[in-house]
Design a protein around this ligand. Structure first.
Ligand SMILES: [Zn+2]
Length: 580
């Protein structure tokens, strides 16, 4: 009995001891974990002095910031008027981390980019019908034409597979925002700093089962057995001869090579790539000449600005490079006087607005800041942030130049990228610099890095993922420097998370909530009163009756919502039926 009692006591003691020990160990390990998860600032290996405004240490400062914002929001009145003009900006690949990092690139974490100051914000879900992570073609189809389709395809229904050479064009192709604007009698324009035949700009005027069919040589390479008369029309030809392209009052971008035949050199002495021997720049002049219009083609900044300033041309085509336009930082490096350098995105937007503004009927302008994306694809973060900066400037220019009373500006992105912004850097630390030194391998890492891409070779010694390169001597001021990447890929990929939608001007309040990306053009059409396609009755021109939040309350919003939903459903039904 005694023995048993002792035995039990020993068991109890040992259990108590064990549980106490394990509790202590648990506490220690939890504490260690907590420290590892959120290291104390004084234990950081990469020590730098935080830089911020001393007022931020005073609690009242933050309370005042919050109060001011609250006041702005309560003062905000929905402007329910219809927009005479609409400008739609797409920052290609402009993910939310890209926007956040650009604030710091501009000097301070608390900076707001021009479009971040817009009063309304929403999120767009960017997946396309057959891929979780989308490309610029299916997303352009969604945010320009209101329909999601397949990766790599422009304005062709998802029932058709990518790169199909022969399909029922009549039944499966559709048009979007710029066509609706043209049908409503508005002027239209297109600006990009990529090839004008690249997926994003092409989404505004072309239908193609393959985004790469930028000229006929690419169609021929894929459709070897298709008779010529049944071959799909290449994208450059659609811009010049297509229903939407012919009516575009201003077209500015790059990609001359797809407009010129092989053997014909462009202004920069680069060869064309067309195999049909057609010079589409001459064809564009001829198309408009035959219509008795004053049409001008320009290939440099000086002639662009002259043509736009003089306003004596009815139609303007500007192509400023053989492939994509130069990056902003490359333009800055051009060893020629500033006026002879290539035009920047904001300069092209200014010229386009000069061509469009002042018209009775109003206009719809589509603008792409396309090199944010291409820079990310090569893991060159500095290039991408500078392109985002230029995009922000172009929007600032547009908002300053137009009236908030009659011009709706919507800014969004097509898809995200794999850029990450991380590592607990101190305030004021160069966002393009070193964040800290890893406590594991004792090597520095940058604040910005990528999940995949060519930067892999700049990250690991001989591609060995257990051995990182010491990046201490990397020249992170050089825009050619690739940033760290975890998975080796020849081109960094897009990301699948949502992107922002920012809106300002008449009916901007419609752009709120987490939306399917294909809802955006329907909202723009409704706001700009160009939705005849959707069956809603055109309303009178903008009036001065204001339309504040109280008058735009549930009683009005509900029928509008229901009407939008039912017209959209009818429209989608019609197109789905057509697609089958
Ligand atoms: Zn891309």
């Amino acid at each position: 009995m005694m023995c048993r009692a002792v035995h039990i006591s020993a068991l109890v003691i040992s259990f108590t001891l064990a549980s106490t020990l394990s509790h202590v160990e648990g506490a220690n390990s939890r504490r260690t974990d907590l420290d590892q998860q959120h290291p104390r600032s004084d234990s950081r290996a990469w020590s730098s002095v935080p830089v911020y405004d001393a007022r931020e240490e005073v609690s009242e400062y933050w309370r005042e910031v919050a109060q001011r914002t609250l006041q702005d929001h309560t003062d905000q009145r929905n402007n329910a008027r219809k927009a005479k003009n609409a400008i739609f900006f797409i920052g290609d690949g402009m993910s939310l981390p890209t926007v956040a990092a650009t604030r710091m690139y501009l000097g301070n974490e608390n900076v707001s980019l021009s479009f971040e100051q817009f009063p309304y914000f929403g999120l767009a879900k960017t997946y396309c019908v057959n891929r979780q992570v989308a490309d610029s073609a299916c997303t352009a189809t969604a945010y320009l034409s209101g329909v999601k389709n397949n990766y790599g395809m422009l304005n062709v229904a998802a029932s058709v597979r990518r790169t199909t050479c022969e399909y029922d064009h009549e039944a499966t192709e559709f048009k979007g925002l710029l066509k609706w604007a043209q049908d409503a009698g508005k002027l239209t324009g297109l600006v990009t700093n990529t090839r004008i035949t690249h997926a994003t700009p092409a989404g505004s005027y072309a239908s193609s089962a393959e985004r790469d069919w930028e000229d006929d040589s690419e169609v021929n390479a894929d459709c070897t057995t298709t008779p010529d008369e049944r071959k799909p029309q290449d994208i450059a030809s659609q811009l010049v001869h297509g229903e939407i392209g012919k009516k575009l009052k201003v077209i500015l971008g790059c990609g001359r090579r797809h407009f010129l035949p092989r053997g014909t050199l462009d202004e920069d002495r680069v060869n064309g790539t067309r195999s049909d021997r057609v010079n589409l720049i001459d064809a564009w002049k001829q198309v408009h000449g035959e219509m008795g219009e004053r049409a001008e083609y320009v290939s440099d900044k000086r002639s662009l600005q002259e043509a736009a300033n003089l306003k004596q041309v009815d139609y303007l085509l500007g192509l400023f490079g053989s492939s994509h336009c130069l990056y902003n930082l490359e333009i800055d490096e051009q060893q020629v006087p500033v006026e002879d350098r290539k035009p920047k995105l904001s300069e092209m937007v200014e010229a386009a607005l000069q061509m469009l503004e002042g018209s009775e009927q109003g206009y719809v302008l589509f603008v792409e800041g396309g090199l944010i994306d291409t820079a990310h694809h090569s893991n060159r973060a500095r290039l991408s942030l500078e392109e985002t900066n230029e995009f922000h400037k172009a929007i600032e220019l547009a908002r300053t130049r137009t009236s908030i009373d009659d011009t709706l500006i919507v800014v969004s992105s097509d898809h995200s990228h794999t850029l990450m912004y991380n590592g607990y850097p101190t305030r004021g630390n160069d966002v393009l610099g070193i964040a800290d030194i890893s406590g594991v391998d004792k090597l520095p890492y940058t604040t910005l890095s990528y999940a995949n891409g060519e930067g892999f070779s700049q990250t690991y010694v001989d591609g060995n993922p257990s051995k990182r390169i010491d990046i201490t001597n990397y020249d992170l001021k050089n825009y050619r420097q690739r940033y760290l990447a975890t998975v080796p890929l020849s081109s960094e990929t897009h990301g699948g998370e949502d992107v922002g939608i920012y809106a300002s001007g008449p009916s901007a309040h419609l752009f709120a909530g987490t939306l399917e990306q294909n809802v955006i053009p329907v909202l723009i059409a409704y706001a700009a009163n160009i939705g005849h396609e959707f069956g809603w009755a055109p309303e009178p021109s903008p009036t001065d009756d204001g339309g504040d939040a109280s008058s735009m309350s549930l009683s009005l919003l509900l029928p509008i919502g229901l009407s939008l939903a039912s017209t959209l459903a009818r429209w989608l039904h019609r197109h789905v039926m057509m697609a089958h």
